[in-house]
Ligand binder design. Structure first.
Ligand SMILES: Cc1cc2nc3c(=O)[nH]c(=O)nc-3n(C[C@H](O)[C@H](O)[C@H](O)COP(=O)(O)OP(=O)(O)OC[C@H]3O[C@@H](n4cnc5c(N)ncnc54)[C@H](O)[C@@H]3O)c2cc1C
Length: 374
């Protein structure tokens, strides 16, 4: 069997051409058919997200490549991997089957937590689920549900017990997109419109009790796990995109002549690229360290939040440096830098904003400092 990472790279190189990637970015082309092709060629099987922590080394390696090629494509694969992972770990037998279908590209997943008044402030979640016999009726409004318009199933976070704090009164339902009472509308994003994020209105949407994932009022633990995995994958994606940008700018700086010499020979340019490559190496090691700790059964919350915040902020710096080094040409759509700049911003919010990561690190700072007491 060929090296799967090499196979994913080759696939991306041949399918995710600049024209295709730009068409997805602008929403002229959907990411869905390509995702199905990718999955049907068995490339999702390589990452086996249904195995949970054991899948992380391959999964993070794959996400680094995918994010480097296309925001849309990186997002659709990452989201479906996360979905397959959490249904594989927390789902009942029927839901585990759906996770296998997702890996074969037969079913698509969406995860919907965010609401107008509950983004960072998840305590304020308002979408309600009220039980009547064997059915629940869901009412509320969700925002930013990426992939909802194309999904077969939407994993909805709802308040199932309004009398309890959110960590004891939240449930997750795996809701078929065709359920009556759902109105799904794409939101107009600055990038990655080939895989739209959507508003979902829920008007008395009926859902069967067996659509619960992880049990009644037990959604918080699943959300916490999913959030941590998402942050780790966001960090991996940032490492991938950062490395792609540096390769691109390095090549450009070798070719571009300034006063008869390659741009790369100007000292601030080669120092800047060297500095970025060193920091990307640091971010990559942070991701690998967190993966190793999760794989060995630990819960490295600080390491994951730190890797996500560090890698996503590094990504903004890498892209701004690319804009500066390449001069005015970076501003043109002839080069992918402007798209990377738009796509790259998502990492600041995905998996929770960096301010929230830093809140968590601050709460646990003495523990981190104790590890650094030299
Ligand atoms: C393109 C895109 C795709 C997305 N996809 C999904 C998806 O598929 N499913 C989903 O459920 N959600 C999704 N989201 C939503 C994303 O998770 C939220 O945007 C994110 O959690 C932040 O919430 P918010 O946008 O409401 O910001 P707000 O919560 O309004 O935050 C505004 C600002 O206040 C700061 N802030 C808030 N609270 C604190 C605090 N306690 N301490 C310090 N600072 C604070 C934030 O850091 C931020 O700078 C997506 C978002 C985007 C942009």
């Amino acid at each position: 069997m060929p090296d799967p990472i090499q196979a994913i790279k080759e696939w991306c190189k041949s399918k995710l051409t600049q024209d295709v990637v730009n068409a997805m970015d602008q929403g002229v082309m959907s990411a869905v058919p390509l995702y199905k092709e990718f999955a049907q060629e068995g490339l999702m099987e390589f990452v086996k997200p249904t195995e949970g922590a054991a899948a992380l080394p391959n999964l993070t390696a794959a996400v680094k490549i995918l994010a480097a090629y296309s925001g849309d494509f990186g997002n659709i694969v990452t989201l479906n991997c996360l979905g397959a992972m959490l249904l594989g770990l927390f789902g009942d037998e029927a839901q585990k089957k759906i996770s296998e279908e997702m890996l074969r590209g037969e079913k698509l997943f969406c995860f919907s937590l965010t609401e107008p008044e509950a983004g960072s402030d998840i305590q304020n979640l308002k979408t309600s689920a009220i039980r009547q016999g064997d059915q629940w009726f869901i009412n509320g409004r969700k925002l930013f549900a990426t992939g909802a318009a194309d999904a077969d199933y939407i994993l909805l976070a709802v308040r199932s017990n309004p009398d309890l704090a959110i960590n004891r009164g939240m449930s997750l339902f795996l809701v078929p997109r065709e359920t009556p009472g759902l109105t799904i509308s794409p939101m107009n994003k600055i990038a990655s419109n080939g895989f739209p994020s959507c508003e979902i209105l829920l008007d008395n949407a009926p859902v069967k009790n067996d659509a619960l994932v992880g049990g009644q009022d037990a959604g918080w633990g699943v959300i916490a796990f999913t959030g941590a995995m998402e942050r780790l994958l966001v960090a991996a994606g940032c490492v991938g995109l950062c490395s792609r940008v540096v390769h691109y700018v390095y090549e450009y700086a070798q070719q571009r002549m300034i006063s008869g010499k390659p741009l790369y020979e100007i000292q601030w340019v080669n120092h800047c690229l060297s500095d970025l490559a060193v920091r990307i190496q640091a971010a990559d090691l942070m991701v690998k360290d967190a993966v190793e700790k999760v794989s060995s059964g630990a819960n490295p919350a600080i390491e994951i939040c730190g890797a996500k915040a560090f890698a996503s902020e590094l990504q903004q710096g890498v892209i701004m440096s690319a804009m500066k080094i390449m001069g005015g040409r970076a501003y043109l759509k002839d080069h992918p830098v402007e798209r990377w700049m738009r796509e790259g911003l998502l990492s600041l919010y995905a998996g929770g904003t960096n301010e929230l990561q830093k809140n968590l690190i601050a709460r646990k700072l003495p523990g981190l400092m104790a590890q650094q007491d030299y």
